[in-house]
Design a binder for this molecule. Structure first.
Ligand code: WQD
Length: 340
């Protein structure tokens, strides 16, 4: 059985990807430091697939620990690297925490991977690298703008680190996946998004408001140059995103990549405004949502949605779920979490 390392495999996107990997016949070993995830997620994954992935609690900032892990796992066919800090606001307050945790760890994993017989690497990147793109939908060749936050900068730097390393190591084959806005949860309600504290992202704030944990949703600005004045994003079901990682890994394992460093946008190709998300949630859940219009949030781009042509044609992947499906899955997960 082909063995895959998933770093950050107990996180939101990581755990959904582990499920899809196992269901496609891969053996999975997870590394997670549990700084932004719970060990309970392991049981959730096992409940879905019937197979407990191997798990090692390990801080990837500890270089020697990373080295010994790879020495003991020479047989892995690929690494899917999710482990990183990802809160935009926090990154502004604690830049060094982000540069250390998102960049040092990437360097240590790549350095160790280069000693293995098989060197396939999938990187968790983000549409944040585009900043406010000039044209919609956004293609992979859209210019990379100056990052709006240290978090976004770590994704840009991470891609550069991988690109430069691939340039001088033909044995290393890498794919960077630029996610748009991942939302929703596995249909089993055994795993889903577990925001710590007050959710920063739109959809978990919506579901917590509908569940009565939050008084009301603040819509951050309705005076943007968009049809209804609110920001537009490309909300993609997390299971569709997870499946794309398996397809990308199989591409490298099957040596079907056309170069040893490729980039793909992962979105639905459809933009939805904040107000449209609210309407879709109310329709999908049958729940009225309390919300008010609030001032704009610093750093928000006006709109970002993907041109998915490259992923559709070259990767052979397409998102299957629409916004209603994804929001309903998020609501079912929230109700499961709160026993309602
Ligand atoms: C979406 C829209 C907000 C909360 C971020 C990161 C990105 C990725 C996904 C990690 C915006 C509005 C939000 C709220 C609101 N993270 N909103 N009220 O900012 O597009 O992307 O999360 O990879 O890298 O940048 O997602 O969900 O925070 O916001 O009105 O309480 O919802 O203004 O227009 P974002 P988001």
């Amino acid at each position: 059985m082909k063995k895959v390392l998933v770093t950050g495999g107990l996180g939101f996107i990581g755990s959904h990807t582990v499920v899809e990997l196992q269901q496609k016949g891969f053996e999975v070993v997870i590394i997670d430091d549990l700084s932004n995830s719970s060990i309970d997620v392991l049981a959730g994954i096992t409940a879905i697939t019937g197979k407990a992935p191997a798990f090692e609690k390990l801080d990837l900032k500890e270089k020697s620990k990373v080295e010994s892990f790879f020495e003991n796992h020479q047989d892995i066919v690929g690494v899917i690297h999710f482990a990183a800090s990802k809160a935009v606001g926090e990154s502004v307050e604690k830049p060094l925490l982000y540069y250390e945790n998102n960049i040092n760890t990437l360097v240590y994993v790549l350095k160790s991977l280069l000693h293995l017989p098989t060197q396939n690497f999938i990187f968790s990147s983000s549409c944040t690298v585009y900043g406010q793109a000039d044209e919609m939908p956004i293609t992979e060749s859209a210019p990379i703008k100056a990052a709006e936050s240290p978090y976004g900068n770590t994704k840009q730097i991470g891609e550069e680190v991988i690109k430069d390393t691939c340039k001088v190591n033909s044995t290393l084959n890498a794919i960077a996946l630029r996610y748009f806005n991942p939302i929703g949860a596995h249909s089993s309600t055994k795993i889903g998004e577990l925001p710590i504290g007050v959710p920063q992202n739109l959809v978990p704030f919506i579901t917590q408001t509908a569940a009565g944990l939050r008084k009301e949703l603040s819509v951050f600005g309705d005076d943007y140059p968009t049809p209804d004045g609110t920001c537009i994003r490309d909300y993609i079901h997390v299971v569709d995103l997870a499946k794309a990682h398996v397809v990308a890994l199989e591409r490298l394992v099957g040596k079907n990549n056309t170069s040893n460093y490729e980039i793909f946008n992962l979105g639905t190709g459809k933009g939805s405004s904040v107000l449209e998300v609210i309407q879709s949630f109310e329709k999908a859940s049958g729940q009225k949502l309390n919300y008010k219009i609030a001032p704009r949030r610093e750093g928000d781009v006006i709109q970002a949605y993907a041109d998915t042509t490259k992923a559709n044609t070259e990767l052979g992947w397409k998102a299957e779920s629409n916004l209603d499906d994804a929001l309903l899955s998020a609501w079912k997960w929230e109700k499961h979490l709160r026993n309602i």
